[in-house]
Structures are given as structure tokens and as C-alpha cells.
Design a protein around this ligand. Structure first.
Ligand code: ADA
Length: 897
């Protein structure tokens, strides 16, 4: 379009006969760029070089064609570029593109193509030598869904056309792979629980296959297609799987569960898994493996090491041997729910192409300066000698709005190098991971994530290649990219970029200062309940978020306490964040409005970007006012002055007004906030069966909070300080326990332990009719706690977890590292600080639901209390009773309930 006046030229591209597909792919992109700028080009295969002018000579540095061209043109090619690197050099209208591997040469072709595209012509003189900083630059796609398949549980999704129609869409794959190649991504990960039974048949276990014959054939076909097309573009396909999961028909055949966190390694399952891996590796030679030793395996330790070294690696080796393959594909161990350094040390001598992967900021984006124990783990992994890959996982705090803060992302990649010493990146989709390939926007037709979130991918990829780029140049670069995409000038595009940069601070800051968890059980953009802000501990606070994934700073409670005690504040405070996010929301809106009059081509997408900026502002103000209200309420804990509660009312009301705005902005523009719509989602509300996934469902709840608060303030004023109403005692349910157990009553002086004399000193009234089951804390530290019983009606077992990080205690169920941690509803604290036992930490009660029948409770090693059974449907009020060894702590969360 802008080539008027540029003279049309003829170029001859020379390459060696039989050139690799990857280099030919690079050449095809170069030719496309030439023809787009109105130049002619032809490809000539030649062994020796004799070109004179307008020649582009492409090949590996080791090829005779390149060597003779270097000599004939007297090109001073100083040194060979490293892995995936390239050199582009021109002399007298001739250009050489070379590298030491095919990927490097391909990227050299892309580089020249980009420069032609950017300048509208072939550069008169060019000299570039480049190679990537991150050796693994990857993205992923989930073969997973927002919901569980009928009769199945987490991660279990066989590859079928019915569940994943897009998986069989070759055109879509090509479009996606082309964009990944263009961004110089070299790995694409497919995440799934147990992919093998959809892709291989084993002669020893023919019944294990879990798709029908026609589907199986389609799977073979598409998988071969995908791996071949990816290979052509310098991209490894890497198949991810969880352990230990077996296929459903396999499980049914042997009468076992498909996955079981409490299961130990058994020879049958080990044999099945080893053979599955071997068959897979032999069948799809250029596919790597990424795996999770955990979630569905007994805690970290020797079993993980055994599974890795005696099942997975031998499986890969069997496969390589069977297919006579010499190059070992990459095997990547996730440092998730396992002791990865120990695992790698044990595996090192056994396999040469090992990598590790760990979550950058948990399942969110919070900071580019991670610290603390999590940073330590990353450095330990980086120093093991295997390549450490940073996993930018799920992004639970960014869903569903657009995120493209190039400056934040650049700093993240710098942090990956500097703080984590990592050498690889793996990036999740920006939003809607479980809903691939569609974005959450309510458009007709639906938007593809790869179209909507192109900047997200391109930014991570660009900085993975090189993160040391000067900011000013980057603003120019991205502005121009946005301008090309939206069909506008660079100036308004810069305003759009500025809007992204400002808005890009909001979600990270809000989560790291006010959030409950970095995990996807929290959807940040849906907001938080007051109880969650003033008493996050009750909701299973994930402390790593504050100790590693945030700059040093204070929580709302810490801030309130320090204020009350006139102590100095440290680091990033809630008040800093309250002020910053409001300003950033305003700036984002102002910047995008500045661009508005100048966008005429892709107005529709621009309006969506603009709406997202308004959403971010509303979100920022909503949180800011709510946090302000929380600080007043937390002050009341110390002051006992009802005026502090009065002061909280106005900001609380304002927060609801902003939430009303957010609801209006999102109601017709988004289908949902979060793409994981199962019971694992807890914050702000339990998201079972796709509920509480939109703002309009939450708004009434937030209004109720204000009403409850007003009501409580009024009645407190009326009854001079008496708060909570009396609670009903729970009724015991009938259960027959299969072993001899002893019971104890919930009265002061009762003894809950077999061999220890500690006695109960305080207990919530709800437990008074129940009978606790005596436990042996010595045995609990050596082995699992097991209880087998029979019940005629559904029952709930009350389990008391001690609130202590000491490893002698069983830790509360953690959805961050165990997706099945809520399968019996045990994922949340029902009554916090419910019981005091002398010389023991406070106790939080969780409940486990069991259907009628013969049941078995297995809890991992560690001290834990069994507090008795109630009927499955007996209502229990969820709250924090505040009973601690130091006395009753004043709680304020009930004021909103
Ligand atoms: C958590 C999360 C899962 C999954 C998992 C993992 O359990 O809830 O959705 O992401 O981590 O594999 O890291």
C-alpha cells in the first residue's frame, strides 16, 4: 500500500538442492514478504554460488553453497552464530542468510522478511547477527474443559471430536503454527491428564484405549499432521500428562480408580504407564514429554523418584530403542507437588535431555521481582545443570480482560533471567485456558484467542528472544505493531499501548496485596467478599503469594495493626495500592479515549479494548473502596469504637457502585469471567456447575453484604455491642465404624489423643452433641490416618486441621497443588478456630462428604483430628469462631454475613 514510487526489483533466492523443510519454510516467508512489497523473486536450487547481483543466498554455514558464496563475495563472516542463531550480511546487493542449524537459518529468513515488511523494501545494507536468550520459548494449549466430563474427574479428557472439535481442524492449526513460528516460538505443549489411551494401543492392554476406532484413526492422523507441521516450523510438540492417571476402561477392567492421590505405586499400573510411554515415543518420534509427578500421587518423596526413574525414563528409552531413534526428545519435569531438585538429581545419569519447569508467579501474574523461598527453588533448579523453564501458568487474575502490558512482561522475562536464572519460558493463554480456542467475549462468532490475544503471545516471545531492549524503542515497536493491526497511525496506537501498560499494573497489584491465593480457585476480576478481605486466613490463605510472589509489604490486617500501634510501615502497603490502582485505572481510560477519534478501520476490536480499560478502572475503584472499608473495619478490632464501622459504610457503598458499573460493562460483552467453572473455584464464591461466573451473579451478594453490615451496625447500637446470635448444636449421624475406636465428648478437660494428655480447653457450641474419635498422634506421624465405616445415609465427617506449618501436622487441603482437594467438599474451612486443645495450635474444621455405603477416609501422614459425623445435609454456618490458645480473638468478618 505504501510502496508507491518504490521500484520493482527481481530477486533470486539461492538454496541448496534438497534443502530442509524448515529452511524452505523460512524462504517461503521471505518470498511472501518480497511479493507483498511488490518485488519479484524466484527460488533457484544451486550447489555452488556464482551470483552477481540481487541474490539472496540461504543455507547452513556448513553447506558448500554458503561457503563458496562467502569466498566469492569476500564476505567477512566472523563467527558462527549459536543454537537457533543467524547471520544476515549484505555486499553489493547480495545478501547471505546463514546459521549453524536449520532453525537459525529459518529465523534469519524471518528477520529479513520483517525488515522488508517494516521498510517496504529490501535494505540496501544489512548486517545482523542474533540468537535467542531463552533456549525454550513455548506456549500451551489445554486439552481440558471448563467442566468435568460425565463420570470423570479432573484432567480426564480423552481426545475426541465431540469434546475438542478444534483439535481436528487442520486450517486452524496451520494458522496457529504460522503465528507461533513468526514469533519464534519453538515449543508447543499440549496439556492433558492421560493422553496415551487416545493415541496408542498396547498389545498387553488392548482394552485400555478409550476412544472408538474411527476416533483413534483420526487422532493418529491429526497428531502426525501436527507434529510434522510443527517440526517444519522449528517447533517441538510436547505432550503433557499427570501422574498417576490410567484410562477409564483400564480402571474399570481392574476395578480400580482412574486416579487416587492416596495410591502408592503398584506394578500393574507402572507397567501400563511404562508401556504407554514407550508406544507413544516410538510412534511420534519428534514429540517431547512434560509431566507432573503429583496431584494424583502420594506426596513428594521416594515414590516420585521411583516413578520418574523406573517408569517414565525407562518408558521413553524403550520407545526410542523400539523405533531405533538416536536423538533423545526433551523430557521436562514440573516442579509441582514434588521435590523436583531431588527428582532431577536421581534422574540425571539416566537421560541426557532433561529440563525442569516451575510456576513463575503461581497461577497468576503478580510481580516481576519474585523473592523468598519460591525464588530459591527456581535458582536451585536452574543450577542443577538441566534447563529451567518458567511456567507462566493459567493467569487466574487476568481473566477475562485483555492484557498486553509490554513493559510488565519485559520486566518479567528480565526477572526470569536475573532472579530465577532460568533459560526457558512457557506461557499459558492469556485467558480462557479451559475454553481454547475461544475467548470469553460475547461476540458472534466467538473470537479466537490467537486473534484477540496476539499481543500477549508476541510480547512474551519477543522478550524471550531478547529481553534487553531499550524501552523507547519498544514503545515505537509495539505502537507500530498495534497500528498495523488496527489500521491506524502510530500516534493513537501509542496511546493504546499506554492504556495497556497502565491497566497492566492493576490486576497484579490487587492480587498480590489483597488476594487469598495465586491459584485459580480465586477469580480476581469477580471481586472479593468483605470477609475475605478482613479475614483471609478463614479462606485458606496461600501465604507464598505474600512471601514470594509480591514485593515486601503489608496485608490489610498488618497495616491496620501497625497503624493502631503507631508502628512504621514496611514496603508496599495497602494504601499505596489503593492510590496507585485508582490512578492507573484513570490513566488507562484517558489514554484509550485519546486514541478513540483516530481509529476508523478495526473499530469493533478497538471498542472492545476500550471497554476492557473501563472494566479495569471499575475493578480498580471497586477494590480500592472495599479495601478502604476493610481498613476501617479492621481498626474497629482494636478501637472497639463503633464510629470506625460507621466510617466503613460509605466506601463500602461506593465499592458496590463501582461493581454495578463493572456489571454493566461486562454483562453483554463477556460470557464469563473465568474459564474453570468447577467446584474447585472458591473465591469470591463457590463456582460449582458454572455458577458465579459473571459479575451480575455476584452483584446481589455484594449488595447483601452492605445490607448485613448496616443491619449489624444498627443492632449493635441497639444492644450495645452484643454481636453474633447463638448457634445451634449439630446433631450426630449414625455411622458404623469398622474398627475399635474410642470417643471423647466436646467438653473442657476431654482428651482427644490416645497417647498424649492434652485436654480440650475451649470449643464452639456447635460440637457439644458430637463425639470425637480418639486419634493416635504418634501413629499419625508414621502412617496415613485411616477410617473405614458404613453409613445408611449420606454423612459429613468433621476433620480438625491444626493451623501450623510444622510438618508434623497434616496440612489443610490445598487446591493449589491438588486439584482433587475438594472432591468431598473439604477444600474450605467451615468453622475456623473452632477448638482449643492445650499446648496445641488452633484448629480449623473442614468437612468430608460421604455418600451412603461402605466408605473409607484416608488422610496423608500428619497429626489431625476426627471430630465426628453429622448428616450429609445438615446445615452448618461457615464462620471464624476466633478460639485460639491465646484467648478469643475478636472477629469482624461476621459483620458482613
Ligand atoms: C492446581 C490447579 C489446576 C492445575 C494444577 C497444575 O491444582 O488448580 O488447575 O493448574 O495446579 O497442574 O499446576
Amino acid at each position: 500500500s505504501t510502496n508507491a514510487g518504490v521500484e520493482r526489483q527481481d530477486y533470486t533466492i539461492y538454496a541448496q538442492e534438497g534443502q530442509s523443510k524448515r529452511i524452505l519454510y523460512g524462504i517461503s516467508k521471505l518470498q511472501a514478504s518480497l511479493s507483498n512489497t511488490n518485488n519479484n523473486s524466484k527460488l533457484v536450487y544451486q550447489y555452488q554460488s556464482v551470483p552477481t547481483t540481487n541474490a539472496i543466498i540461504v543455507g547452513l554455514i556448513s553447506e558448500p553453497l554458503i561457503q563458496s558464496a562467502i569466498t566469492k563475495l569476500q564476505l567477512p563472516i566472523d563467527s558462527i552464530p549459536g543454537k537457533e542463531g543467524f547471520i544476515i550480511r549484505s555486499v553489493n546487493n547480495n545478501i547471505i542468510i546463514t546459521g549453524s542449524d536449520a532453525s537459525g537459518v529459518m529465523y534469519g529468513c524471518f528477520e529479513l522478511a520483517d525488515s522488508i515488511k517494516l521498510n517496504g523494501k529490501v535494505p540496501a545494507s544489512i548486517h545482523i547477527k542474533d540468537k535467542p536468550q531463552m533456549v525454550m520459548r513455548g506456549v500451551c494449549v489445554g486439552l481440558q474443559k471448563p467442566y468435568y466430563l460425565p463420570g470423570r474427574t479432573v484432567y480426564e479428557y480423552p481426545y475426541t471430536e465431540q469434546t475438542f472439535p478444534w483439535f481436528y481442524n487442520k486450517k486452524l492449526w496451520i494458522k496457529y503454527l504460522d503465528s507461533l513460528a513468526e514469533y519464534r516460538i519453538n515449543s508447543l505443549y499440549l496439556w492433558n491428564g492421560h493422553p496415551f489411551a487416545s493415541l496408542v494401543k498396547l498389545k498387553e492392554y488392548p482394552f485400555a484405549v478409550e476412544v472408538d476406532d474411527a476416533t483413534f484413526k483420526k487422532n493418529e492422523d491429526i497428531y502426525r499432521f501436527l507434529t510434522k507441521e510443527a517440526d517444519k516450523r522449528g517447533i517441538w510438540i510436547i505432550q503433557m500428562f499427570y501422574n498417576i492417571i490410567v484410562s477409564k476402561p483400564f480402571a474399570e477392567h481392574y476395578g480400580i480408580k482412574t486416579q487416587d492421590r492416596e495410591r502408592h505405586i503398584v506394578p500393574l499400573i507402572a507397567d501400563y504407564t511404562r508401556k504407554s510411554i514407550a508406544a507413544f515415543i516410538a510412534k511420534y518420534p519428534n514429540v517431547g514429554l512434560l509431566f507432573t509427578l503429583g496431584e494424583a500421587m502420594e506426596g513428594a518423596g521416594q515414590e516420585d523418584i521411583d516413578w520418574f526413574t523406573k517408569t517414565i525414563i525407562p518408558g521413553v528409552k524403550d520407545g526410542l530403542r523400539a523405533a531405533n531413534i538416536k536423538t533423545e526428545p526433551p523430557i521436562i519435569l514440573r516442579a509441582h507437588d514434588t521435590d523436583a531438585p531431588d527428582d532431577i538429581k536421581a534422574a540425571k545419569g539416566l537421560y541426557s535431555n532433561l529440563y525442569t519447569m516451575a510456576k513463575f508467579n503461581g497461577e497468576a501474574l503478580t510481580t516481576y521481582e519474585p523473592r523468598g523461598s519460591w525464588a530459591e527453588l527456581h535458582r536451585t533448579l536452574s543450577r542443577l545443570g538441566s534447563v529451567q523453564i518458567e511456567n507462566v501458568h493459567i493467569l487466574a487474575n487476568l481473566e477475562p480482560f485483555r492484557y498486553a502490558a509490554d513493559d510488565f512482561i519485559q520486566k518479567c522475562v528480565q526477572g526470569m533471567h536475573k532472579i530465577y536464572e532460568a533459560n526457558g519460558v512457557h506461557v499459558y493463554p492469556q485467558a480462557s485456558y479451559w475454553d481454547w480456542p475461544y475467548a470469553a467475549d460475547s461476540t458472534e462468532p466467538l473470537l479466537l484467542q490467537i486473534d484477540r490475544d496476539w499481543l500477549w503471545y508476541k510480547e512474551w516471545a519477543r522478550y524471550s528472544w531478547n529481553c534487553n531492549r531499550n524501552r523507547e524503542g519498544e514503545v515505537k515497536y509495539w505502537s507500530h505493531q498495534i497500528a498495523l493491526r488496527l489500521g491506524c497511525d502510530d500516534a493513537p496506537a501509542t496511546d493504546i499501548l499506554m492504556a495497556y501498560e497502565k491497566a497492566g499494573e492493576i490486576a497484579p497489584k490487587l492480587l498480590r496485596r489483597f488476594g487469598i491465593t495465586d491459584g485459580n480457585r480465586q477469580t480476581l476480576t469477580l471481586g472479593m467478599r468483605m470477609a475475605q478481605l478482613v479475614n483471609p486466613e478463614r479462606f485458606n490463605l496461600f501465604t507464598l503469594l505474600y512471601t514470594s510472589e509480591s514485593p515486601e509489604g503489608e496485608t490489610l490486617s498488618e497495616y491496620a495493626q501497625k497503624e493502631w500501634n503507631h508502628q512504621p510501615h514496611v514496603g508496599e502497603t495497602p494504601v499505596d495500592i489503593i492510590n496507585q490502582v485508582k490512578a492507573e485505572g484513570d490513566s488507562a481510560v484517558a489514554a484509550v479515549e485519546k486514541a478513540a477519534p483516530y481509529i476508523v478501520v478495526d473499530k469493533e476490536e478497538f471498542n472492545r479494548i476500550k471497554n476492557d480499560m473501563y472494566c479495569y478502572r471499575a475493578l480498580a475503584y471497586h477494590y480500592a473502596y472495599k479495601a478502604e472499608a476493610a481498613l476501617h473495619v479492621l481498626r474497629y478490632k482494636y478501637s472497639d469504637d463503633i464510629k470506625d464501622l460507621d466510617s466503613a459504610l460509605l466506601p463500602l457503598q461506593k465499592s458496590v457502585e463501582w461493581y454495578t458499573t463493572l456489571t454493566r460493562l461486562t454483562d453483554s460483552t463477556y460470557r464469563y469471567a473465568n474459564s474453570m467453572q468447577t467446584a474447585q473455584r472458591k473465591i469470591p464464591f463457590r463456582g460449582v456447575n458454572a455458577t458465579y461466573k459473571k459479575w451480575s451473579e455476584i452483584l446481589p451478594e455484594f449488595k447483601k453484604e452492605v445490607a448485613a453490615f448496616q443491619y449489624h451496625i444498627d443492632s449493635m447500637k441497639a444492644n450495645a455491642g452484643k454481636g453474633n446470635t447463638a448457634l445451634e448444636p449439630l446433631q450426630p449421624a449414625k455411622v458404623t465404624i469398622n474398627s475399635n475406636v474410642q470417643y471423647y465428648p466436646f467438653t473442657a478437660g476431654a482428651k482427644p489423643f490416645l497417647h498424649a494428655a492434652n485436654t480440650i480447653s475451649d470449643v464452639v457450641p456447635e460440637l457439644q452433641h458430637l463425639k470425637g474419635i480418639v486419634v493416635d498422634t504418634l501413629a499419625q506421624q508414621q502412617q496415613e490416618t485411616l477410617l473405614q465405616f458404613k453409613n445408611e445415609e449420606p454423612v459429613k465427617l468433621l476433620v480438625g486441621y491444626f493451623v501450623s506449618k510444622d510438618s508434623s501436622y497434616l496440612q489443610e487441603p490445598q487446591l493449589e497443588t491438588n486439584a482433587t482437594a475438594n472432591d468431598r467438599g473439604q477444600g474450605e474451612v467451615i468453622i475456623g478456630n473452632a477448638l482449643v486443645i492445650k499446648q496445641m495450635p488452633p484448629v480449623n474444621i473442614h468437612t468430608y462428604l460421604f455418600e451412603r455405603g461402605n466408605n473409607k477416609l484416608v488422610l496423608p501422614k500428619g497429626k489431625v483430628l476426627l471430630l465426628g459425623f453429622i448428616k450429609g445435609d445438615e446445615p452448618i454456618k461457615t464462620y471464624d469462631a476466633g478460639l485460639t490458645p491465646g484467648g478469643k480473638v475478636k472477629q469482624v468478618d461476621w459483620l458482613f454475613e
